[in-house]
Write a new protein. Sequence first.
Length: 244
Amino acid sequence: MAGHSKWANIQHRKSRQDSKRAKVFTKMAKEITVAAKMGGPDPDANPRLRAAIAAARKISMPGDNIKRAIDKSTAADAATLEEIHYEGYGPAGTAFIVECLTDNRNRTAGEIRSIFSKAGGNMGESGSVAWQFDKKGYLTSPKGERSEDDVTEICLEVGGEDIEDGGEFWAFISAPEDLHAVRDALEEQGLEVESAKWEMLPQNHIQVEGETLEKVMRLMEKLDDCDDVQNVWNNADFDEAALS
């Protein structure tokens, strides 16, 4: 999973830089609406909604925006958002999974296909790359004064499977069904949980560098800029110093 922490680092920094952008709020509002629609509008009884609200507050999303997103889940005239995963291959055969929330499946599929094609890749069939990834709970906490031995012990105590050094943060990895229980247990241990979400972690990585790394980064950015895209995962590994 070494390569994953590098992408997590990029996303961690990017979320800080983009926290005031309307596009970030729009994507977060979609997640809140879908979470409320699927599991009900009460965050205490809906772990996915509770996690989405916590993530929204981390990027300073106004409370009124959060409330509107929840209310939209029960509005009669609200557009129906559908959760879809697309799979494909990028430069050097890197595998990609793209998670989308959309009210128009055909429009989104066309946009994602076009992005892959322009980047020299191609969109695959369902299941074409998913077998190369494992769905896991992924929780991040600022390092603070906690040592690796400390967080390893805590990870085992709270039911986690592994930890990962993300540079600025510790990442706790759990079984997907244990995500919210591990989050609550970490907070009971006095740790600040910056994010808690499901991730698709690659089983193996493809090393990329130079021009290939630049192409992979451009593909990541183009996908992330698509309004319907919520998350992008891939199996590329690289030297973070190359991005400095």
